[in-house]
Design a protein around this ligand. Sequence first.
Ligand SMILES: CC(C)(COP(=O)(O)OP(=O)(O)OC[C@H]1O[C@@H](n2cnc3c(N)ncnc32)[C@H](O)[C@@H]1OP(=O)(O)O)[C@@H](O)C(=O)NCCC(=O)NCCS
Length: 428
Amino acid sequence: MGQTASLQVDGKIYELPIVEGANGDRAIDISSLRRDADLITLDEGYCNTGSCRSAITYIDGEKGILCHRGIPIEELAEHSDFIETAFLIIYGHLPSESERDVFSELLTDNAALHTTMRRHYAAFPERAHPMAILSAMINALSAHDRPKIDPGDDATFEKYAANLMSKVRTIAAGSYKTSIGQPLIYPRSDLLYAENFLHMMFSVPYHEYELKPEMVKALDLFWLLHADHEQNCSTSTVRMVASGEANLYAACSAGVVALWGSRHGGANTGVIQMLQHMRREKISPEDFVRTVKDRSSSVRLMGFGHRVYRSVDPRARILKQAAEDLLAALDVVDPLLELAQELAEVALADDYFIERRLYPNVDFYSGIILRALGIPLNMFTVMFAIGRMPGWIANWREIHNNPKTRIYRPRQIYTGEVGRSWRPIEER
Ligand SMILES: CC(C)(COP(=O)(O)OP(=O)(O)OC[C@H]1O[C@@H](n2cnc3c(N)ncnc32)[C@H](O)[C@@H]1OP(=O)(O)O)[C@@H](O)C(=O)NCCC(=O)NCCS
């Protein structure tokens, strides 16, 4: 046995193996603890639990490092694009020219929705949240396609993975069109991934949307920066569902739902709502930070803090610059960007945030970019979901192809009533 950690309980010592990751990160393997010592570990919120071994994404939260398949996010943001990064995340290597062409072709060929799928939109109420539509439509797609992929069957996997990645964007644009009472717009085979999305969102039958290169670039970067992020809430959900052998689409649909909440993907909407509220109510950054610090208020500074990062989220740094560049290129002044910058300055100088090591995360500046692209607020988390699809797909594949995968089944410490008996209703 290599290095071990000793645990002493009731006078008995248990030797637990120490597992080391590729970058030297270490974990105590407690998988035999229950068998040997009749003990489980308790870690509410999984703050200190490694749930799996994964070769996809690496984060060093102390140093603010994020790498996909070993490549730093800064390099990908500068040199790559969303589709190439998606391929890297899913398949583990940068695509050759022919691999890239095949992948792009599959995405293009699978962009359009079958007519039966299009009919589903009509069943949603007008006020349905686009995240509800997205998760339901991905599940409907699984009913339609019935994706059956045997472990290791790469050709079938490639087909369904590309189909899902391509259609998620068509479904999202379709949900927006339905919500505003406009007809669905067909994808065009001559447009690239981000271009096609903007076309399906904003073209109307009597007027083709004019694509602006700087907007296409910003959207592509937004998606690239959201493509994967290790074992977050939604990705862990996808792995959990995949471990029970649910199909690829069903697992990703569960990921969409997990992403929805305001502490996760919903935070990008929360940031803009917070900034709009401050402007409307004329609340200064200093006053807002005071409210956040007030224990009785339960108000959080949205877009700040992260479970893993204890320094700046590298994605936030890139998005801040991208937001500034986009607004400058479009010659647009967004008062919310100015307010966000002031708010960040005040928070970053405040002891409360310094002591807790709370910094801007990916959601702090992303909403400014989405606003500049004309994306409505209730679609922000959907935009995140489109971007996160490669990560979910890669994580599903990792679980699915691993012959050692066991169903995810955490334990608990029971704190409820004990020793009760059933009583007839008249005696209760
Ligand atoms: C991301 C987030 C959920 C991480 O949660 P977490 O790891 O469980 O962190 P905790 O809730 O344990 O926070 C640790 C401390 O910092 C405080 N804190 C964390 N994020 C905060 C925020 N955004 N605003 C104000 N206080 C915050 C907590 O109140 C807690 O304070 P305490 O120790 O005095 O009780 C949390 O930082 C958050 O809610 N951020 C805002 C939502 C957001 O931007 N989410 C997107 C993440 S990418």
